[in-house]
Ligand binder design. Structure first.
Ligand SMILES: [Zn+2]
Length: 677
């Protein structure tokens, strides 16, 4: 290497402007070599393994690699191009190989195991003990304790599972793409807004057809179910949507479902766990299937009466309006939308002028200042990967540096959709120095134009607060080890800091600080705030029941021995028994297209959506009891949760904050499902 590679020089803030695409791969390869050397030093050492020379050394090996890869993958999400995407395809397997080499290194494992087995005599701090558990489990959960034959079996199971999941996903995608609802008579579009009609017309045009085409992709499907007056067509589309992977043909996923759950069970048994749910939940806040099941049962018992009441109200509304005798699944979104319009008469256009982007940014900063004494000052020295990215120096009340904060708000060609928080440098302590983190949020909010500044929908406002909540978790981190710092926590705990901050968007005392009309300067009126609150909990009972039904189905597949199951539909009907409001649709099956659990990472984890909501509502209730800007409460949240990362079990951290475990009542109260206190 003759030319200097900026990624391999010592840097503090990421040297974005000096990096060329050609720098990434050689830098990552070199950083892997250096990390390998660090690890070889651990394994080659003749000294007896200790926490410091093994576990801590392993933790800090590859720190440089982490920083370089975080820059690379963050750029691939926020400012990518074909060259970078292609590079990601090359780099990902190299990194996987490196990780596998570590996990499968028998000498390294024996050393970690020796320390682990000596744990009680080592006088470790709580954080050190957590780190040791984490490292040991990383090996164990990947089969390091198995004999050679079992290791081979595990590898084969993993391979089969990967290919079954892939095939499952391909079938769902092919099913989604092969269906279309072709409409040729304009009167069949009655009720649909202009945007949905135009999109359908364009879809037809792409396929050289007359009229309008709707399909099973959400942007096409959802508006049709919400607004199309034709009940027969809604039925047709809904049944097509619910029958994915359930047609008894080459795309049928029933066999895949059965194979996947059976092999997962086998894998769990091989690794020493009674079921796949036990295996997954070992590294979750919820800990055991029993706890997840009783959590869902309790919520179900309390939400069901409200859901039934909402359902009957919707039934009589549909009866009065259109003489519907039996409300079906394909009526749900349509009549809910009609009833919502009747009750609230609230749309985004009314709210947007009060949420000009710069005002909302000021809003999150004021909230962070009032709660945690943080100060955000825009700075211009740090390099960025795009001129639109803003950087802020975050300091505490004494002027001490807390973090560097990057904010990237608007869509660009090279940015993927959605909104997320990420980091360029973790917080950690080494050689007596508390290294402060570099945190970033990336969003896709409407760009300002010559006529109008960027005005956010209310949904975008809560999104900004959500991501900023994750950012606070990263910025206020105060631990020793980077792999358990900030947002490196169990994944059913990670949404607590983000979701809890969303609550401030619904509070008068917070909104009045920043929600002012961008032209007139008028502060948002009380009746609009009330409407935002009321409409947010509309039909929350039915929504809760629906989420629970998915969570219960997920656990029914993963928390018991599945070897006796041979009929997917019959199994599913039984799992849905307690959550069913609408008549059963015999042509449909949920499991055969339930990608979250059969393709994505949500197996034995779907409950976590509700779990996180229970946590955030319970935590926020603590704030409301003491005042939403109470410094003492905020300080406690910072000390016990935000600063702690994954240093202790989240249940312990949470109880330290709240004085008790989270109970579902706060969520039910907030959702209006049980009376307020
Ligand atoms: Zn989140």
């Amino acid at each position: 290497m003759t030319e200097r590679n900026p990624l391999l020089e010592k840097f503090d803030t990421a040297p974005f402007m000096k990096i060329k695409t050609g720098h990434y791969k050689p830098a990552i390869e070199e950083a892997i070599r250096r990390a390998q050397q660090d690890i070889e030093q651990i394994t080659a050492s003749s000294a007896a393994p200790t926490f410091e020379n093994t576990v801590e050394a392993l933790e800090f090996a590859g720190e440089e690699l982490d920083r370089i890869t975080s820059i690379f993958f963050n750029i691939n999400s926020a400012e990518t191009n074909e060259e970078i995407q292609k590079l990601a395809q090359e780099i990902s397997p190299v990194l996987t190989d490196f990780k596998n080499d570590i996990i499968q290194d028998p000498v390294l494992f024996q050393k970690v195991k020796a320390v682990y087995e000596n744990k009680d005599s080592l006088n470790l701090s709580i954080e050190q003990s957590t780190l040791l558990d984490k490292k040991y489990k990383m090996f164990k959960r990947n089969g390091a304790n198995l004999d050679a034959g079992q290791k081979q079996e595990l590898r084969e199971l993993d391979k089969k599972l990967a290919s079954l999941s892939l095939n499952f996903g391909e079938n769902v995608l092919a099913e989604t793409n092969r269906y279309e609802l072709h409409i040729t008579r304009e009167e069949d579009l009655e009720g649909l807004p202009k945007g949905a009609r135009t999109a359908a017309k364009m879809l037809a045009k792409e396929k050289n057809k007359e009229g309008w085409i709707f399909n099973l992709h959400y942007p096409s499907y959802i508006p049709f179910m919400k607004y199309a007056k034709s009940r027969a067509l809604r039925k047709e589309l809904a049944i097509a949507f619910g029958a994915k992977g359930f047609h008894g043909d080459e795309l049928d996923n029933r066999e895949n479902v059965l194979q996947i759950v059976k092999l997962r069970h086998k894998k769990a048994n091989l690794l020493g766990y009674p079921t796949y749910a036990h295996f997954k939940l070992e590294e979750r806040m919820a800990e055991t299937p029993e706890k997840v099941n009783s959590f869902m049962e309790e919520l179900l018992e309390k939400a069901k009466p409200a859901a039934e009441k909402e359902f009957h109200e919707l039934e009589s509304f549909a009866q009065d309006l259109d003489q519907i005798d039996r409300l079906e699944k394909w009526d749900a979104a349509y009549y809910s939308e009609k009833l919502k319009q009747k009750l609230f008469d609230l749309d985004d256009e009314q709210l947007k002028p009060y949420f000009e982007l710069n005002n909302v940014i000021k809003g999150v900063f004021i909230v962070a200042e009032k709660l945690y004494g943080l100060n955000f000052q825009q700075v211009f020295e740090a390099e960025t990967y795009h001129p639109e990215v803003q950087t802020y120096l975050v300091t505490d009340e004494e002027g001490k540096e807390i973090a560097l904060f990057y904010a990237d708000f608007h869509p660009r060609e090279g940015k993927r959709g959605g909104a997320w928080m990420t980091s360029y440098k973790s917080q950690y302590r080494q050689k007596g120095k508390n290294e402060r983190p570099h945190i970033s949020i990336v969003c896709n909010f409407t760009k300002p134009t010559d006529e109008e500044p960027s005005l956010l929908t209310f949904n975008e406002v809560t999104t900004l607060f959500h991501e900023f909540g994750h950012a606070l978790h990263g910025m206020l981190a105060d631990t020793i080890y980077p792999s358990i710092s900030g947002t490196n926590v169990f994944w059913d705990f990670v949404e607590l800091p983000s979701q809890v901050l969303e609550n401030w968007c619904y509070e008068k005392d917070a909104l009045k600080l920043f929600a002012t009309h961008y032209e007139t300067g008028e502060v948002i009126p009380d009746d609009l705030i009330q409407k935002i609150k009321d409409s947010a909990t509309f039909h929350e009972g039915m929504a809760t029941l629906r989420q629970l039904s998915f969570g219960i189905l997920d656990m029914s597949w993963h928390s018991k021995d599945p070897s006796g199951i041979d009929d997917v539909k019959a199994h599913e009907e039984k799992a849905f028994e307690t959550t069913q409001l609408y008549p059963e649709v015999k042509e449909n099956c949920m499991s055969t297209s339930f990608s979250h659990i059969f393709q994505g990472g949500y197996a034995a984890g779907y409950y976590s959506y509700k779990w996180a909501e229970v946590l955030d509502a319970d935590a926020f209730e603590f704030f409301t009891e003491n005042g939403i800007f109470d410094r003492e409460t905020a300080n406690k949240f910072r000390k016990t949760i935000l600063s702690q990362g994954g240093t202790e079990h989240p249940l312990t951290l949470y109880k330290r904050f709240r004085g008790k475990e989270a109970a579902p009542e706060a969520l039910l109260r907030r959702a209006g499902l049980i009376p307020k206190k």
